[in-house]
Design a protein. Sequence first.
Length: 172
Amino acid sequence: MKTYILLFRGINVGGRNILPMADLRLLLQQNGFDAVRTYIQSGNVILKGKSKPGESVLREIEAGFGFRPEMIVLGEDEFDAAVKHNPYDLADGKSVHFYFLQHEPQPDRAKLMALASETERFEIKGKVFYLQAPDGIGRSKLVAGLEKCLGVPATGRNLNTINKLRQMTEEA
């Protein structure tokens, strides 16, 4: 069995797309996945399976909860590579963000640069957009326009969350 990391986008945010983690764990277990663990309410899942979670999981969430979230699934090796290739300070847990991309991006670098504040730094490596935002991302124009500039769906996690997920994969 392989270990997979599932990153759901846009669940349990602002009172919309409510998906309790206990229900998500049960749904995944009922679909044949083992050692299902979640971290915080924003849709971070570590599990083991014979095959990669996919379309059937999304259909069941839609049938049971009335919405279809976006889900990015990473194998443990792919997740570890994303962590390894992080170009920013590993101690900067709240300011460094990983945006996992659904597909290889076709970035509009000129727009990305125009939207970035003078303190924001970013790099794209494969299907990961790395962002260092020392002033936070709450009002970031770059974050607000990110998907449009990259041309692909993305879901972001800060380095603190990434480190916790990495710890959970090591424990799995």
